[in-house]
Ligand binder design. Structure first.
Ligand code: NAD
Ligand code: WQD
Length: 343
């Protein structure tokens, strides 16, 4: 099987490329490296002992996509990771986010149509659930969606809606929208991992930099939520579990000759609070993590936690790596690559 991976040099994309190569699949990547480094792909190839074909370019470049689809061995499926993902930035620059995430996805879908490729995995997000009511937790895929809190989340929801309409109009399409919860961790080798530019927005990359002494302390955004310890609860999932979830989804889609539209949560089903993560990371790295409770971060919700039963049942896949493993692997990556791929 030959898979085109858009955004394959990014955090989740690079781990997924490694898993696909190790599973014997052939991989072509298109990435404009706006939030990643070609070095990630060098390391993926070194780790797997296999080569992939990398194209530098933008998914909104229709002519380039046509070239990619026409070149060499036919492409069987597309995993579309390419997109912008910073929630706060999307509030400040909504049109840039809609252009990249919505127009970019339409460009990929239309190029697939021209090339008669109709198997697609789309990277969606738990933020499509907005601020869920407590009776909807843990979240099943049927929980209300679309009352989104940021242009980022709206952009993902718009593409999900577009894909549902496409599958209705052209039922032979095999589409999976995967709603990721909070991906963290890194490949156990410490060779690939998350490479945030500037000050990290997300909790685990920030904690990693505090542990390394690059930053003074973690700001805990609020301890007055209606959660067991008052801090926000999330469903953290190891990035390699997520990568394997993509492999399992490709296998599932391949067995659906009639076409299908699948919408799945990829999470562990276990919630962890901000303080749980700080304590687990501290145990993993063997040093205290200084923190201070500050005001809530605008746009945060108290709890986002998946019911992952459907993915477990349909894909025969389950997240197996613990929060402790996620923290160990993040720390391993961080200590070996303090400046990410620029180290
Ligand atoms: P990332 O930024 O590390 O990777 C995205 C990749 O896409 C980068 O390599 C970037 O250079 C590339 N890219 C962006 N726009 C492009 C364009 N127009 N053309 C070509 N390449 C482009 O992000 P990630 O964490 O790996 O996320 C991958 C996908 O999963 C994104 O769509 C993101 O929205 C989604 N997602 C991420 C998370 C998360 O917390 N990391 C959670 C839910 C969903
Ligand atoms: C986790 C918890 C914060 C940083 C985001 C996106 C989401 C998805 C994953 C793309 C929350 C708290 C954080 C800090 C803190 N990405 N926190 N201090 O906000 O759940 O999800 O990343 O799709 O779309 O919204 O992740 O890691 O930023 O926060 O206290 O310095 O940690 O309040 O409770 P979030 P996060």
């Amino acid at each position: 099987m030959h898979v085109l991976v858009t955004g394959g040099a990014g955090y989740i994309g690079s781990h997924t490329c490694l898993h696909l190569l190790q599973s014997g699949m052939d991989v072509t990547v298109i990435d404009n490296f706006c939030n990643s480094s070609p070095e990630a792909l060098n390391r993926v190839q070194a780790l797997s002992g296999r080569s992939l074909h990398a194209v530098q370019g933008d998914v909104r470049d229709a002519a380039l996509l046509d070239q990619v689809f026409q070149r060499g061995q036919a492409i069987d499926a597309v995993i579309h990771f390419a997109g912008l993902k910073a929630v706060g930035e999307s509030v400040a620059e909504p049109t840039r986010y809609y252009d990249n995430n919505v127009a970019g996805s339409l460009s990929v879908i239309q190029a697939m149509d021209r090339a008669s490729v109709s198997t697609l995995i789309f990277s969606s997000t738990a933020t499509v659930y907005g601020d869920p009511s407590s009776e909807d937790l843990p979240l099943r895929e049927t929980a209300p969606c679309g009352f989104t809190l940021s242009p980022y989340a709206t952009s993902k929801w718009m593409v999900e809606r577009c894909l549902a309409d496409l599958q209705l109009a052209q039922p032979h399409w095999r589409i999976a929208c995967l709603r990721y919860f909070n991906p963290v961790g890194a490949h156990h080798s410490g060779r690939i991992g998350e490479n945030p530019r500037g000050i990290p927005n997300n909790l685990v990359p920030y904690i990693s930099q505090v542990a390394l002494g690059m930053r003074e302390k973690v700001s805990v955004y609020g301890n007055d939520y209606a959660t067991p310890d008052g801090t926000g609860v999330r469903d953290y999932i190891h990035v390699m579990d997520l990568a394997e979830g993509h492999g399992a989804t490709l296998e599932y889609l391949g067995k659906q000759p009639q076409g299908t539209l699948l919408t799945l949560n990829l999470g562990t089903g276990q919630g962890a609070s901000v303080l749980d993560v700080i304590n687990t990371f501290s145990a993993a790295c063997g040093r205290p993590i200084p923190f201070q409770v500050v005001a809530r971060r605008p746009g945060d919700v108290p709890v986002l936690c998946a019911d992952a039963t459907l993915a477990n049942q349909l894909l025969n896949w389950q997240a197996t790596r613990s929060l402790s493993q996620m923290c160990h692997d993040s720390w391993h990556w961080q200590t070996h690559n303090p400046q990410g791929y620029d180290t």
